[in-house]
Ligand binder design. Structure first.
Ligand code: FAD
Length: 288
């Protein structure tokens, strides 16, 4: 099923993200995560694509595993540094596994080709153009409600408009911790007549190392309310986990009450945390 069809039926979608195996984490473990996440009844589950990493070859296979649970899958695909031939090759794999939904991404280029000259694609919009020619995919794109680190606000919005006009069907946001910034961002998109569904990306903070990594990688702002939690429970992992789940739950409840089109939970392959959140919003979910 195409994700854009789910938007037609559901007021707000709830989805999860998982990552493929790596040297610390086996395919069997990923499959076990999917088994557990499937029981929570998400509208779709997305699988990341490690740019140049070993996990990239497993994205399609994992997406198929998700589909075998009767759950819609979304396969991430990065294009930076790739030739058209290489992308064609990946798409053959996607076809083999009946993948209909692709999150079209640029990816983060390794330092040696930060000039973006290697490969046939410079930006995600180039990949969207390429996928659009196939005329069979539902295409998602990434979006940054607190601005992509490489650009300023206005330029980033201008580039986003181009990506949407290339044929992106929906957007998923970078993780954020301040709903107000997201709501202001949605207003900006309205003014630019970007009217496709925008899904809010939420990550439950469950350990103090994680927050340092996230903020250094994507620059998400930490509001004072969350900072107080992090300071207070930094040395108490169990308390921090509970508080992190509580904080994410509060964010999600407000987002749903504000009629966002979807909430995407970055699960970090921790189904027990997704389960707690889903339990916290069980009655709310029954209303849509
Ligand atoms: P783009 O949309 O191409 O934007 C990248 C930058 O280029 C922006 O600053 C933009 O303003 C600028 N730009 C865009 N078009 C133009 C243009 N025509 N001219 C000049 N500048 C332009 N990474 C992975 O490696 N694997 C994953 O699975 C993955 N999943 C992700 C999922 C989500 C929901 C998100 C939000 C990010 C994900 N990423 C992933 C990270 C992503 O690859 C990086 O954030 C990357 O830096 C940007 O990718 P993009 O698709 O947003 O790029």
């Amino acid at each position: 099923m195409k994700i854009k069809e789910i938007f037609e039926k559901k007021k707000t979608t709830i989805s999860f993200e998982v990552f493929p195996p790596n040297k610390y984490y086996s395919l069997e473990e990923v499959y076990s995560v999917i088994d557990k996440l499937s029981e929570l009844g998400p509208d779709f589950i997305s699988v990341t694509y490690g740019a140049n990493g070993s996990g990239m070859r497993k994205t399609a296979e994992i997406a198929e595993k998700i589909q075998s649970k009767n759950i819609c899958s979304l396969a991430h695909l990065t294009c930076i540094g790739a030739s058209k031939k290489e992308i064609e090759h990946v798409l053959k794999d996607f076809e083999k596994y009946n993948i209909e939904n692709i999150l079209a991404l640029r990816g983060d280029p390794p330092k040696e080709y930060l000039n973006l000259d290697k490969g046939d694609f410079k930006y995600a919009s180039d990949l969207v153009d390429f996928l659009k020619l196939k005329d069979k995919y539902c295409i998602g794109g990434a979006v940054y409600s607190e601005t992509h680190q490489e650009n300023n606000d206005l330029l980033d919005l201008f580039n986003l408009k181009k990506k949407v006009e290339s044929g992106t069907d929906f957007l998923i946001s970078q993780m954020f911790f301040d709903n107000n910034n997201f709501f202001e961002f949605l207003e900006k998109l309205k003014k630019l007549e970007i009217n496709i569904p925008v899904i809010a990306g939420i990550i439950p903070i469950t350990n103090s190392k994680q927050i340092k990594k996230i903020t250094s990688l994507c620059g998400a702002k930490i509001p004072p309310k969350l900072q107080r939690i992090l300071d207070k429970y930094e040395d108490n992992p169990e308390a921090l986990k509970e508080a992190g789940i509580g904080y994410a739950t509060e964010q999600i409840i407000e987002l749903i009450a504000s009629d966002v089109k979807g909430v995407h939970i970055y699960t970090m392959n921790k189904p027990e945390i997704a389960k707690k959140i889903m339990e916290n919003i069980a009655r709310i979910r029954e209303t849509f």
